[in-house]
Structure formats: C-alpha cells, structure tokens
Design a protein around this ligand. Structure first.
Ligand code: PLP
Ligand code: COI
Length: 341
C-alpha cells in the first residue's frame, strides 16, 4: 500500500488522525462482534461512568516496518494480559485476549499507509482503551463499556531523541501503596498531570516517583519504568507492587540476560543507591530506552557518569538489540513478533 505523505523523520509524539479505528461495545453482559469505523469521535451520555468516575483503562504498543518490509507488532499478547489485569481492578469486563490481538492486527492493517517506512525512526503507536459508557451517578461500575483501538504515527517521546534527560525527584505520589499503580488506568495519569506540568515549568524532562509508603525507594516516572546499570555492568530494575509492569522492561531483562549475557537484578532500589550507578534510563513503549543524565532531588544533583551527551554503553547495547529485534534485524525470541499479513 502506498504510504501517506508524512515527514516521518520529523514526527514528534503526537496524535495524527488515521483512517480507521476498531470499536466494540459491551451490553447486556456480552461484547458485540466489533469492527472498523471511520468515525474518530465518541458519543456518550453526559453521565457515562468514564466521565463521572474515571472508569477507563488503556494500553500502548507499536507496529514497525521491518528491514524486509513487513509490518510487525511487538508482543500484543502481553498488552492483552495487562489490560485484563487493569479491567479486573476497575470492575470492568475483560476484552478476550484473542479478540484483543485480532483487533490490534485489523486496525494496524487498515492503517498500513500510516506505518512509518523502515529506517525513518518513526513507528505506528497503537492505543487500545476501554471505558464505562453507560450512565452512573451513585459510585459503582457502569453496565456498558466500549473497547476501541486507534493508531497514530509517532517519533521520539522526548524531544531531542536520544539526548540524556534531566529528572526531578517528585514530592507528589502517582500511586497509593495498595492502589492502582500496577495497572494502566487513566486515573494514574490524571494524578501525574500537575506533577509533570510543574516539572516541565522548572526545566525538567520527567519526574522520578518514590515509593508512596516510605519515599525511600525508586518507583518509576509518569510514563516509563527505570533501568540502571552498575559500574560492573549489572542491569538493575526496580521491583515494586505499585509500578506498571512494563513490557519493554520485561523484554529488556530477557535481552540483557539472553542476548548480551549480562547479570540482571530485579529488586527494590533505594534512592540512596542511585548515585552509585554508572548508567540510567527510562524504558517503555513510547520512551523505548531514553537515557537519563541527571537526577535532581531538591537541588541536589546526581550526575550519572554516562553524562549528558550520549547514552551509556550498556544502555546503547540494550537499545540496539531491542530495536534490532523490533525492526527485524536481529532474530526475535519465539512469540515476540506478530506479523500483519
Ligand atoms: N510505566 C508507566 C507509568 C507507563 O505509562 C508505561 C507505558 O506504557 C510504562 C511504564 C512502560 O510500559 P510498556 O513498556 O509496557 O510500554
Ligand atoms: C506507552 O509507553 O505506551 C505509554 O502509555 C506511555 C504514555 C505516557 C505515552
């Protein structure tokens, strides 16, 4: 299919309306067949559960053009599983895994003219989401839901691409100890908006949230998990019940161990340890791996030894291997790549 006339190499992380999106409705206890539509708008009651009590969850994944010219999607089954966890936590119906993956494939195929060509640095971001669509006024779950998937071509999440970021240690919490930090609920992102606007106004790129109970351990940012590298090249990723189980981070742990032969520790990471690390990065679908150069805690600067000019060497190896797998330059582990026929 002929590609759209888009300046792929200069795309930022924004919304561009594409041709088709998938919609399925849940009524009377069952999902309908669902299908593609050209209508990019949603019409719902003024009293819909999503509007009154924020009953909404979402996912994020990407489609790529490989070196061979195929369109592929990275690990959509894991997004289906995580959305199932999110749905259960917010008392929403589960959208079945097989149907989820089919809906992603169908939506990407229908928008193949927007899948950025190989080598442009851009990708097609895929956003599945679900919300309570029926009226709710007493605090309770909606009876009806809508599941949708749209796509939008994107470039780097952070302006400057691979330039190391400066992170602020936030005084705000994004998640409560037994709250919803481990699922992908819209409410977590609403919680982080004031903190990110404040951080940006102060000249920071992102926030580091600490654990909400003791504020001594590293959690994550508003949209990505952390990854650290020790001076002896061990990869360390924070473990916590209130962070999102990033699919990128889980994939990088596998890549580090199985492709690069690195030792990996998944464990609680004290904020006090951060000054000892050699490299730091943010990992996520949107962030890929974005290097961190500096972390600032109330004016006290921690300068990561890899510096403010480039990614650290281990971060770079992880980045090259993961993106190599996604773009078809490196053989993927079994089941990681879904080809869109
Ligand atoms: N943490 C948060 C809060 C996120 O929003 C995201 C993005 O999805 C991630 C981590 C990274 O997760 P994934 O790698 O599955 O995209
Ligand atoms: C993603 O990486 O898919 C996310 O959902 C992060 C979001 C903040 C854009």
């Amino acid at each position: 299919m002929e590609k759209k006339n888009i300046d792929w190499a200069n795309l930022g992380f924004g919304y561009i309306v594409t041709d088709k999106r998938f919609v399925s409705n849940y009524r009377n206890g069952a999902w309908d067949e669902g299908g593609l539509t050209e209508d990019a708008t949603v019409t719902i009651s003024e009293c819909a559960g999503v509007l009154q009590y924020a009953q909404t969850i979402f996912e994020g994944l990407k489609a790529y053009t490989t070196e061979k010219g195929e369109t592929v999607i990275f690990r959509p089954d894991l997004n289906a599983e995580r959305m199932e966890q999110s749905a259960k936590r917010l008392e929403m119906p589960v959208y079945p895994k097989d149907k989820f993956v089919d809906a992603i494939v169908e939506t990407v195929r229908a928008n193949s003219a927007y899948v950025p060509p190989y080598g442009t640095g851009a990708t097609l971001y895929v956003r599945p989401y679900m919300f309570g669509s029926s009226e709710v006024i007493g605090v309770k779950p909606a009876q009806e839901y809508q599941f949708r998937v749209f796509t939008t071509p994107v470039g780097a999440y952070f302006k400057g691409g691979a330039k190391p970021l400066t992170i602020k240690v936030s005084d705000f919490d994004r998640a409560a100890p037994n709250g919803t930090g481990h699922i992908k609920a819209g409410l977590n992102y609403a919680m982080s908006l004031h903190a990110i606007v404040t951080a940006h106004e102060e000249g920071f790129d992102e926030n580091m949230y600490l654990d909400p109970r003791t504020r001594t351990k590293v959690e994550e940012t508003g949209g990505a998990n952390f990854l650290f590298v020790t001076k002896d090249k061990k990869v360390v990723v924070p473990k916590s019940s209130s962070i999102l189980p990033s699919i990128t981070r889980r994939s990088l742990v596998h890549v580090a161990k199985e492709y690069l032969g690195l030792e990996v520790e998944e464990r609680e990471v004290l904020f006090d340890e951060v000054k000892e690390f050699a490299e730091a990065g943010l990992c996520g679908t949107a962030a890929v791996i974005s290097p961190v150069g500096k972390i600032v805690n109330h004016g006290e600067e921690i300068c990561i030894p890899s510096g403010m000019a480039d990614m650290g060497p281990v971060t770079k190896e992880l980045y090259d291997t993961l993106t190599g797998i996604q773009m078809g330059r490196i053989e993927a582990p079994e089941g990681w790549i879904k080809v869109v026929e």
